[in-house]
Design a protein. Structure first.
Length: 324
């Protein structure tokens, strides 16, 4: 997106310095592979953009920004194992291209590489960053556990779902922005306002991800369409169909989500057609709007110029309008 290229370029340059191919190749090749496949670089962009709009030299935030991107990539390798996902960023997932053990260990190493980047900061900043990072990373694990628990649960409420996505996805976007404000040595109030903006954006972002998982297309999204359906994920789409569908559809949906399917493609098609007739598309787009609006009201509280608010606003709009 226009306006974020310079941040992505700065991150990619630093990746070339930090993520190097060396022995043992079985460990470092998958790391290099996943990180080089790119992705949108949302989290580091948020860190650098925050630092920049706070009028601090954003190059100082590059190590923290990359730490978050490496953590994100670690979580994707392990998430793809847990979600049985064959495709990521338009290519084979790490555990498909190599094997399960390679995915586990290269993921672990990526997490350590992420931590190591905080060593580039002086002790007081290091401590604040490490504390935020550890707290956030643990919340991501909790969110991921709820996500897996819900696959086999028939009693997931909207509140449960929102808590789950807050942890697995939103807090990392919040932390990404807060990191930028930490580098800029801002007040606690300012740091927390950025955190809340990022967190609400993160909820909208995960809702959009759930939506694209069913209604996107593989070539732009880069992931298998219907993956959440095959894993019986209790996404916002499922919960809305359960709430607003007719009785026949609800019973059919519950059956499809509790029995092993004879035919995977057929299961996906049936569920998508139930989603459509239950008005799930409209409900999801509305919920995405709701959290985008919340984020935009957080934006008003930020101590930055109107021009810079507009920059953050535009980036948020780009994320919510995305197909990737
Ligand atoms: C995917 O994140 C995982 C979610 C939290 C939805 P992204 O959509 O940011 O993935 P990349 O990094 O752009 O590939
Ligand atoms: C991702 O949730 C959350 C984390 C990776 C922590 P998803 O499982 O929906 O992410 P994708 O769709 O596989 O990218
Ligand atoms: Mg997944
Ligand atoms: Mg997952
Ligand atoms: Mg998803």
């Amino acid at each position: 997106m226009k306006g974020s290229e310079k941040y992505i370029q700065a991150i990619n340059n630093f990746i070339e310095e930090v993520v190097i191919l060396k022995e043992p190749l079985q460990l470092y090749e998958p790391i290099h592979y996943i990180v080089s496949l790119g992705g949108k670089r949302v989290r580091p962009t948020l860190t650098l953009m925050t630092c920049d709009v706070l009028k601090e030299d954003y190059s100082k935030a590059i190590p923290a920004a990359l730490a978050l991107e490496l953590f994100h990539n670690f979580s994707l390798i392990h998430d793809d194992i847990m979600d049985r996902a064959p495709m990521r960023r338009g290519k084979d997932t790490v555990h498909e291209k190599w094997d399960l053990n390679t995915g586990i260990l290269s993921g672990d190493a990526l997490l350590i590489l992420a931590y190591q980047l905080f060593e580039k900061y002086p002790p007081n900043i290091f401590q604040e960053m490490a504390m935020l990072f550890s707290k956030t990373a643990l919340q991501v694990c909790e969110g991921q556990q709820y996500d897996i628990d819900f696959e086999s649960s028939d009693h997931v409420s909207l509140e449960d779902y929102l808590k789950m996505i807050n942890y697995k996805t939103a807090v990392l976007l919040g932390a990404a922005m807060k990191m930028g404000a930490i580098v800029a040595k801002e007040s606690d109030e300012c740091k927390n306002n950025f955190y809340e903006f990022g967190r609400n954006l993160g909820i909208a972002f995960q809702l959009q991800d759930d939506y694209l998982d069913a209604f996107g297309n593989t070539s732009s999204f880069g992931k298998q369409i219907g993956g959440d359906i095959l894993s019986n994920k209790k996404t916002f789409l499922y919960l809305m169909a359960e709430k607003n569908g007719n009785n026949n559809d609800i019973n059919e949906l519950k059956r499809l989500f509790s029995e092993a399917p004879d035919n995977h493609q057929q299961k996906i098609e049936k569920v998508i057609s139930i989603y459509k007739s239950a008005g799930v598309i409209e409900a999801t787009l509305e919920e995405i709007q709701k959290y985008t609006r919340k984020a935009n009201s957080n934006l008003q509280a930020l101590p930055i110029s109107e021009e810079d608010k507009n920059k953050l606003f535009t980036y948020g709009q780009y994320l919510m309008g995305r197909e990737v």
